[in-house]
Design a protein around this ligand. Structure first.
Ligand SMILES: Cc1cc2nc3c(=O)[nH]c(=O)nc-3n(C[C@H](O)[C@H](O)[C@H](O)COP(=O)(O)O)c2cc1C
Length: 219
């Protein structure tokens, strides 16, 4: 069942699109379940990479849970998250590419912020971002981007990419475990052309695509 609050926000966003305004109204996500599901041991026992996906939409609430598991706030300070971060500067962002929408996960609001639709956007944004790939059959593709400017001045420049990519790994494993919990498939992949992904997502110059993680029902 669709969460009523989400329905209202989706309806508001749809109204904006119909009115010709860019679809940038945030979409609130369902509050994540923090208990229940498979045990950590069970998830570890079945974690594996999936590279072929059925085109079925994700079950209601699945993306909401996966994004929180990946990068969500898990403490009362409203800042620290489900994964560790050097200097707590969180240089990795998660973008969700669906067929006709690209959005960015906002951990503080636990919401998806749609990117403004580019004029003449391609019919399938997943294919535009990744090129020919079985990953584009997945209903959603996560793109992990790295912003080395997020580090504080004192962080050694040579270590920033190392620390940021370590954080990508922690986020990636969170996604794998959340997918294992929900019976969905994913793979942590350094796939696609970073330039093409950056262009399709309209990334700021400081943000570099690092990994993609398609998410869907294994085929
Ligand atoms: C840094 C990194 C990059 C990877 N890049 C790709 C990739 O580009 N394409 C792909 O299909 N799998 C990629 N993988 C997934 C590995 O191929 C996969 O984890 C490995 O085959 C072991 O399989 P498993 O995950 O099912 O245990 C990558 C994994 C890591 C850690």
């Amino acid at each position: 069942m669709t969460h009523p609050f989400r329905t209202v926000i989706i309806a508001a966003a749809a109204a904006l699109v119909l009115a010709g305004a860019p679809a940038t109204a945030p979409l609130a996500l369902r509050a994540p379940a923090k208990s229940g599901g498979k045990s950590l041991r069970e998830c570890l026992a079945v974690r594996h990479s999936t590279r072929q996906f059925a085109p079925d939409p994700l079950p209601a609430g699945a993306l909401d849970q996966i994004l929180w598991a990946a990068d969500g706030i898990n403490r009362d300070d409203g800042k620290r998250r489900t994964h560790p971060s050097a200097f707590e500067c969180y240089p990795v962002a998660l973008h969700v590419v669906e067929r006709t929408r690209i959005s960015r996960y906002d951990p503080a609001a636990h919401a998806l912020v749609p990117h403004a639709a580019a004029p003449g956007a391609p019919a399938d944004l997943r294919a535009a971002a990744l090129g020919p790939s079985s990953f584009t059959e997945a209903p959603a593709v996560l793109v992990l981007t790295v912003d080395l400017d997020a580090f504080p001045e004192k962080a050694a420049a040579a270590m920033r990419p190392v620390w940021a990519h370590a954080e990508c790994g922690a986020i990636g494993q969170n996604v794998y475990l959340a997918c294992a919990d929900l019976g969905l498939g994913t793979v942590f992949a350094a796939a696609g052309s970073p330039e093409k992904i950056a262009r399709t997502l309209g990334l700021a110059a400081s943000e570099t695509p690092a990994y993609v993680m398609p998410i869907g029902t294994p085929r």
